[in-house]
Design a protein around this ligand. Structure first.
Ligand code: C2E
Ligand code: MG
Ligand code: MG
Length: 628
């Protein structure tokens, strides 16, 4: 607790700057020292040279003592030529007059090479008395270079030794971290189904890994994996098969992740993976690829997918609990978004999923507490306007009174795998309602494409019809063009079986989706419901109007009834009736109403119908009409 993690970048940058500074100071120090040594060497050379001249030139005092102009220095000293690093020399008498000037025959320095060239003045004495000064030109470059090369070599050796020491210390740290993690793995409980560490063990390991990595300024990568629709696998194949599958998943994860990565079975169908900074980079791919191949179980091959939530410890993330919470949020986002995907936590992505997540929670609660409600919208005969049926439309109101439209919550219910249950509840409720209405009134119920996936739809519908004792001919099931995506055979087969029961099948929202005429002859729909957008467009667009007229014709040609949706005005109603539509549905005839208001609508509708038939003479008793 409390130890804030210093951002790694800043620490590294600081260490780099300190290192660079030390290097600059070191180089300068070495340069000054080498220059000093080279200068000392030059002094030593000049000293030796000057001593040689004085010793080997007995007539030197004479030259210096001779009056100016009489001495012939060059000639007399011509045989004492400078050699090696001494480039030349000059001899001055006590008054400072130049008496001897000797230069090296050619410069010993190579052009372009760095030189360490200096002039050194030394007194010339005889019998302890100064008689003049000798100034030698000395080039100690060779010596200077040797020193420099030596310094560079030593520098390199030191750097290598330092790097080696650092690498060894890092390896020691890494292995101690692995050892600590291994120890905590050994000390902890293993899950009996998978043999992996269980949830308490996992959380302990996460805390250990996180604190160590904070101390070392590296990152911890946490992944939470949840198997998609695993409850269904358990339901269908039984818990014992489910357990074997969990073991297979655990084995595959262990194999894919490798020994250095911690894998745990957190609970049910959820697994956890902890990876360090190095292995974390490849882990996203590894985990996703782990589910590409199906699982072989006896003779059967089972495909599983997983939703994965990923979180990486970043600067400012204090505890492993926070990291865990972020991974959980990311996992929920992956799940809510349809599963079979990895979502890495970042505040923006998660915010995007918050609304969906909120609705998902409301849907889950509504399923648990039976909070859904059905409202019923009237559908009338397009010509006579007599009430023919109702369409059951789902409603969801939160405890705060917020109304969530089915356009928002149905897709979420589909994503979280709740639509089957909701759809069957809707059908049962609608059948129960229509069973209590006059026999000429039918009931339409919307089906989601996903309800065809389990293969149980037909048997469930049969059960509902039996339980509610409703005449199947009064039931109409509406599907959208989404049913035409992918392999259509299983869905078409189930639709045919439903038709064989006497149920009518309608193609809903025609004209908005894929609208391929191809679908219309591939399945024998009983009814075509033209989408409200088409009706609206025909208000001002003659082409839309022409198309609407042709759709009605096609419907007739293929022996389908046609319903026009979204009839809001008298003009709409007259237009679709004139075009030959069979039924009309829209706000003009009524919005969807709760079940409690149904009886009065049926009664007044019936009364109105009779009034129209008798030219306004009849007065109908509502109770009779409703129970007829
Ligand atoms: P839908 O099946 O096409 O239902 C008709 C929608 O149009 C309903 O919206 C209805 O209130 C609205 N509507 C009817 N007449 C008019 C009109 O004159 N003007 C306008 N502007 N709108 C009109 P709602 O109830 O919001 O439902 C929207 C969609 O949600 C439905 O479209 C259907 O696809 C889906 N849905 C509703 N209930 C269920 C259900 O129980 N199961 C499934 N799977 N989907 C459902
Ligand atoms: Mg509908
Ligand atoms: Mg519709």
């Amino acid at each position: 607790m409390g130890s804030r993690k210093t951002p790694r970048f800043l620490t590294n940058a600081f260490l780099f700057c300190v290192g660079a500074l030390l290097l600059i100071v070191g180089i300068n120090f070495a340069r000054v020292e080498i220059n000093r040594l080279a200068h000392d060497k030059a002094v030593e050379l000049a000293h030796g040279w000057s001593t040689q001249i004085v010793i080997n030139t007995p007539f030197l005092p004479k030259i210096l003592a001779a009056p100016r102009g009489e001495a012939q220095p060059i000639r007399n000293l011509g045989n004492i030529q400078p050699v090696g690093p001494v480039l030349g020399y000059r001899i001055y008498d006590l008054t400072g007059d130049l008496r001897v000037l000797v230069d090296a025959p050619a410069s010993s320095t190579d052009a372009g090479k760095p030189v360490f060239h200096t002039q050194i003045a030394l007194p010339i004495t005889t019998g302890g008395e100064k008689i003049g000064t000798i100034v030698s030109d000395v080039d100690a470059s060779g010596f200077h270079e040797v020193l420099m090369a030596g310094a560079i070599k030593i520098g390199l050796i030191l750097s290598l030794a330092l790097s080696f020491l650092m690498a060894v210390s890092m390896m020691v740290k890494l292995s101690s971290r692995k050892e600590a993690l291994r120890n905590s793995t050994h000390l902890t409980q293993n899950d009996s189904v998978t043999g992996m560490p269980d949830q308490p063990a996992f959380l302990e390991m996460l805390a250990t890994a996180h604190s160590q990595e904070v101390a070392q300024h590296t990152t911890t990568n946490l992944y939470l994996l949840n198997l998609d629709r695993f409850a269904r696998v358990n339901e269908r194949l039984g818990n014992s098969v489910g357990n074997v599958l969990l073991r297979l998943v655990a084995e595959r994860l262990r194999l894919a992740c490798g020994k250095t990565v911690v894998c745990a079975h957190i609970n049910g169908d959820t697994f956890g993976v902890i990876a360090d900074e190095r292995t974390g980079k490849r882990m996203q791919q590894t985990l996703q690829q782990a589910f590409l191949q199906p699982f072989n179980f006896g003779q059967s091959v089972i495909r599983l997918s997983a939703s994965i939530g990923a979180a990486t410890s970043t600067a400012g993330l204090h505890t492993s609990d926070e990291l865990h919470r972020q991974a959980e949020l990311a996992l929920r986002a992956a799940k809510t978004n349809g599963g079979q995907q990895l979502v890495a936590y970042d505040s923006d992505t998660v915010a995007e999923f918050r609304e969906i997540d909120r609705i998902a929670t409301l849907v889950e609660d509504a399923c648990q507490n039976n909070d859904f409600e059905l409202h019923y919208q009237p559908v009338v005969d397009a010509t006579t306007r007599k009430l023919c049926s109702f369409e059951a439309l789902l409603r969801l109101t939160t405890v705060d009174g917020e109304k969530i439209g089915p356009d928002s919550f149905i897709p979420v219910a589909e994503r979280i795998g709740r639509i089957e249950e909701i759809g069957l509840w809707t059908l049962r409720e609608a059948c129960r309602t229509v069973a209590g209405l006059p026999k000429h009134i039918g009931m339409a119920v919307n089906l989601s494409v996903q309800q065809f996936n389990s293969g149980n739809l037909v048997s469930e519908v049969v059960k509902i019809i039996k339980d509610t004792r409703v005449d199947p001919a009064r039931i109409e099931l509406e599907v959208t063009e989404g049913i035409m995506i992918g392999d259509t055979d299983p869905a078409f087969r189930q639709l045919s079986q439903l038709q064989e029961l006497g149920i009518k099948i309608a193609l809903d929202d025609f004209g908005t989706g894929y609208s391929s005429l191809n679908y219309l002859w591939r399945f024998n729909f009983d009814k075509l419901k033209v989408d409200q957008a088409f009706i609206r467009a025909s208000d001002h667009n003659p082409k839309a109007h022409a198309l609407l007229s042709k759709i009605v014709e096609v419907g007739r040609l293929l022996d389908m009834k046609v319903t026009a949706e979204g009839i809001e005005t008298e003009t709409h109603a007259t237009r679709v009736a004139d075009l030959g539509c069979d039924y009309s549905q829209g706000y003009l005839f009524g919005k969807a109403i709760p079940q409690t208001s149904l009886a009065s609508v049926v009664i007044s509708e019936f009364a109105e119908y009779i009034r129209r038939q008798t030219g306004g003479q009849a007065d109908v008793d509502g109770t009779e009409a409703a129970s007829s």
